[in-house]
Structure formats: structure tokens, C-alpha cells
Design a protein around this ligand. Structure first.
Ligand SMILES: NC(=O)c1ccc[n+]([C@@H]2O[C@H](COP(=O)([O-])OP(=O)(O)OC[C@H]3O[C@@H](n4cnc5c(N)ncnc54)[C@H](O)[C@@H]3O)[C@@H](O)[C@H]2O)c1
Length: 496
């Protein structure tokens, strides 16, 4: 933990610049609001350009093509000083340092002295472009192929200004997999394609980082999980970036250090945006649970262990023109093997009720959450003059309690993505083991399947979860057959 005096030793401007990370979205929204109030017809880009005096680095940061750390390093011309400041300021939030896999990622500077692993990025849509930008903070990985059946999507991404060397483009996955220089595949295609793409990549000997949800279907998820656990299978990491975000780590460590267990975790979400993906809407039981809230379900599992039973009620309020059956409003009670319980409610039909529209992961979509344990409790949100919303932790019981700590909401979901990418390359190089596996993805799908079954039954009883089948035991890394070079002959598997 850092002492306050350490912070005082640092250049005050540097300290405020580091803290500004959390205020970035606030500044953007303010500028927009001011332009609107002044009746300015200027675009946001023009307003920002005027505000930052056309500074190219700041503009690149605001556009998302330069990382926060990169911007600070350029501003101060001293990367070591910047890293010291970052670790002191992050250290002040006193998170639990017990998981070296995660902490290693937060402090990582990348491995510039190692030959980067060549990556094929499969899926060049909205989140594919987030992966492409975020990977710049991880010199140990370099995207060399963009794969998308829509050539124009791949071309649009390849035309972005941030590439040092624009990747090759293909509409055929086997072409990229046949490139023996490619060591890894990042799967950012729609969930219905995850199984086919990941299975082909694993068969070709490539390590895989697969976006969430693992698959749309529990059985398909089981099958993929078994492939990842086969003897000698390449590295497989499932992409739930909240496992690499500061908020979830703080919540997890507060439970361990103050709240105690078993506990009651109460959480309300009002996801207003819905999702453009028709395939997710088309599925019964899909909707909010499979898309946005699968992050949240994974986060509970990660924090609390193995879920065993689920009781759910669900309703469909929102008409949708495609006539789908996915429910939009849920209430779930999830029981965990250690005795913890989660009461989770989510709706796409009612807007979130927070007053913070600039926050992507704030009160607007998670208006309230609290955790009650035998030795203390945690509340969210609480106003904090410096950091917008905070979590507030109390030790003691309702009769007799003291404020123990408050910590600001970081909303660092996107930083979670590059930490996750860094972790992926550390796993490929054998220095870490996956923090999120296909089996974890199956567990999320099992909660969703049980919730759907419970809601359809209308019975006032929880449904027992289908637990992941034991796959063939994966051999320890040193016994694995990890090819020096990925196989020349990629298995011919069609993209579609
Ligand atoms: N981790 C997160 O926070 C997060 C956020 C958003 C999306 N995602 C996940 O990322 C994935 C993609 O989501 P998106 O929002 O970018 O969707 P999108 O629809 O914007 O993009 C998907 C892209 O994949 C392409 N595609 C379709 N079939 C393909 C195939 N067989 N092989 C390769 N490419 C194919 C499409 O042409 C499109 O360009 C989904 O799994 C989604 O759940 C994760």
C-alpha cells in the first residue's frame, strides 16, 4: 500500500493527470453539454479540438488510439515516473494483492524485448475494433490477419490510422489459420460462430482468446470446453474483461477482508440499450441475460464459486418488431455451494434510473447494488465529490457499525480488455495460467439455462444447475505437446 507522502513526492501535475483517467468521460460530457447550451452547431470533434488546442497526442487519446499510459509517457517524457505514479495511485485503493495473475497484468508494461506473437483477429465489427486498438498496449501480441466474411468490415478496420503495419485481410478463416507464423486467434465474431471458429483454431494448433458468451447454447459450450481440456490442447482464455477490472477486484477483496461469508448479494440492472444482434434476441432465454448480463453472472461465479441452483421469474414487456420470444425482464435467485446467495434483477424494459448518462458502467445501468455479510456490508452508489460515485464499506452489524472504507467506481472495463490481452500472451508463453476458462463460460450458460427453465416452469422451486462435465484432464503445461511452429496444414473449416 502506498503512503500519502509518496504521492506528495510526485510531480503534482502528474498525479492529477493520472487521476484524470477517471474524469475523462466526465470532461467529454461537459464539453458536449457546454457546446449544446451555447447553441453551438459544432461537432463534438470540433469542440474537443478547440479545447485541447489541436494537440495530436491528446486527440489520439480521446479518440481511443493512444492508451492513457502512453499519453502520460509522452507528456512527461519519463515512462518510469509515470509507472511509479500509476502504481502509487492504484495502490491507494488497497485492493487484494493475492491474485498474482491479475496484479501482474495491471503493472505490465508489455514485453517489448520478445518477438511478438502473430495474431489473427476474427470478427472486425464493433468489439473487434476495440481489441485492435487495445492490443497496441501489449507489444507481445501483433495482429497480422483480419478475418471477416464481410470484406468491407475488415477493410474499414485495416484502414484505421493506428496500425504500424496494416494486417493482411481475408474473408476465409482457413487462409489465416494456414499461416504458420500465426500463433494465436482472437475470436470476436458473433456468439453463434464462436464454436466453429475456436474449434478450427484449436485444431490448427493456435492459442485462442474467445469473446463472451462462450457460445449461445449450453451443449455447444460443453463441447468447446471439452476441446480446450483435451491433452495437449493449445491455450484457451475466455474474454470476460471484468475479471481484469479494478471494481470487481475491490468488491471481491472487500468480501474476503471485511464482509465475511456466507453473504447476500443484491444487484439491480436496468440495461437500456438492448443489443443490435438479432441472433441474441431470437433465442428464448437470450436477451439481456446472454448479452450484457453474462458479464455480471460470470462476475458472481468468479467471486462466489460454484452456483448450484437458480430460481427465476421472467417477463416480456417490450414489443419487438421481429416477433422474438426473449424475455426482457428477470429476477433470479442464485444459490452457491458455499451458502452465498445472489438476488439479481435486470430489465431491458425499464430504463436505468441513475442521473449519470456519461457513464458506460455507472448508475444508469446499475442503479443500486449492495452486499450484506455477517461481519459488514457494502453499498453502492454513494456520492463522492472527487470521484463521482463510490462504493462504501461498513464493518459491523446494523446495530453497531463503522465506515471502513470508500473506494471510487473505476468503470475501467476497456482497460480490462488490454489487461486480458496481456494475460493471454503471458498464458501462451507459459508464465500464467488462464484466469477465465471455457469451463467458466459453461457455468454462465448453465445459470442462464436453469433460469430459463425455472421461469418457464412457473414453479416456486429452484432448478438444479447442470454442472460442467469433466473433460479429459489437461496435462500440465510441461507435458503438453506445444508445437514450436503452429501446424502448416490448417484444418479446413468454413467460416459460416
Ligand atoms: N467483452 C465485452 O465487453 C464485449 C463487448 C461487446 C461485444 N462483445 C462480444 O464480441 C463479439 C462481437 O460483438 P460485436 O459487438 O463486435 O458484433 P458486431 O456485429 O459489431 O461484429 C461482428 C463481426 O463479426 C463478423 N462475422 C460474422 N460471422 C463471422 C465469422 N463466421 N467469422 C468471422 N467474422 C464473422 C461480422 O461480419 C461482423 O463484422 C460477440 O461475441 C460479443 O458478445 C464483448
Amino acid at each position: 500500500m502506498a503512503a500519502a507522502s509518496e504521492e506528495e513526492d510526485l510531480h503534482p501535475l502528474l498525479v492529477s493527470a493520472v487521476k484524470a483517467e477517471y474524469l475523462r468521460t466526465f470532461v467529454l460530457s461537459n464539453l458536449q453539454a457546454r457546446a449544446a447550451a451555447a447553441g453551438s452547431s459544432s461537432s463534438l470533434g470540433a469542440v474537443l479540438k478547440a479545447a485541447v488546442g489541436g494537440d495530436a497526442d491528446v486527440s489520439a487519446f480521446l479518440a481511443g488510439s493512444l492508451s492513457h499510459r502512453g499519453l502520460l509517457a509522452r507528456m512527461f517524457g519519463d515512462r518510469l515516473l509515470v509507472d511509479r505514479a500509476l502504481s502509487i495511485i492504484w495502490g491507494q485503493s488497497r485492493w487484494d494483492n493475492s491474485d498474482s495473475r491479475w496484479v501482474g497484468c495491471v503493472d505490465a508494461l508489455g514485453t517489448a524485448d520478445e518477438e511478438p506473437i502473430a495474431v489473427a483477429l476474427v470478427g472486425c465489427g464493433a468489439f473487434g475494433s476495440v481489441h485492435a486498438r487495445r492490443i497496441l498496449a501489449c507489444p507481445g501480441l501483433r495482429i497480422t490477419w483480419l478475418v471477416d466474411p464481410s470484406r468491407s468490415s475488415a477493410e474499414t478496420l485495416a484502414a484505421q490510422p493506428f496500425w504500424e503495419q496494416p494486417p493482411a485481410i481475408t474473408t476465409e478463416l482457413p487462409e489465416a489459420l494456414a499461416d504458420s507464423r500465426v500463433g494465436a486467434v482472437i475470436v470476436v465474431s458473433p456468439p453463434s460462430t464462436h464454436y466453429a471458429v475456436a474449434a478450427a483454431a484449436l485444431a490448427a494448433g493456435k492459442a485462442v482468446l474467445c469473446e463472451k458468451p462462450l457460445t449461445l447454447d449450453l451443449k455447444e459450450g460443453q463441447a468447446l470446453s471439452e476441446l480446450t481440456e483435451a491433452p495437449g490442447a493449445p491455450t484457451f482464455v475466455l474474454g470476460y474483461p471484468r475479471r481484469f477490472g479494478i471494481d470487481d477486484h475491490k468488491i471481491r477483496s472487500s468480501i474476503l477482508s471485511t464482509l465475511g461469508r456466507p453473504l447476500f448479494y443484491r444487484d439491480v440492472w436496468g440495461v437500456v440499450k438492448g443489443h443490435a444482434s438479432e441472433e441474441i434476441h431470437r433465442l428464448n432465454g437470450g436477451g439481456g441475460l446472454l448479452y450484457e448480463n453474462s458479464h455480471t453472472l460470470d462476475s458472481y461465479n468468479w467471486t462466489l464459486g460454484t452456483p448450484t441452483e437458480v430460481f427465476a421469474v421472467a417477463e416480456k414487456f417490450k414489443a419487438d418488431p421481429t416477433g422474438t420470444h426473449a424475455q426482457d425482464t428477470y429476477l433470479l435467485v442464485i444459490y452457491y455451494e458455499g451458502g452465498d446467495k445472489v438476488v439479481f434483477s435486470s430489465s431491458w424494459a425499464a430504463p436505468g434510473i441513475g442521473a449519470r448518462p456519461w457513464q458506460s458502467y455507472g448508475r444508469r445501468i446499475r442503479p443500486v447494488m449492495d452486499i450484506v455479510g455477517p461481519q459488514g456490508f457494502l453499498h453502492y452508489p454513494v456520492e463522492d465529490p472527487e470521484f463521482q460515485d463510490s462504493y462504501l464499506i461498513f464493518a459491523g452489524t446494523a446495530e453497531d457499525y463503522v465506515e471502513k472504507e470508500r473506494f471510487p467506481v473505476r468503470n475501467d472495463h476497456e482497460s480490462g480488455v488490454y489487461r486480458e490481452q496481456f494475460h493471454f500472451q503471458e498464458c501462451i508463453r507459459g508464465r500464467q495460467t488462464p484466469l477465465c476458462t471455457a469451463r467458466d463460460g459453461v457455468m454462465v450458460l448453465a445459470v442462464i439455462a436453469a433460469a430459463h427453465k425455472s421461469a418457464l416452469s412457473g414453479l416456486p422451486e429452484p432448478v438444479v444447475l447442470e454442472q460442467p462435465r469433466e473433460g479429459a484432464k489437461k496435462r500440465p503445461r510441461e507435458e503438453q505437446v506445444v508445437p514450436e511452429q503452429p501446424r502448416e496444414e490448417a484444418k479446413k473449416t468454413s467460416l459460416q
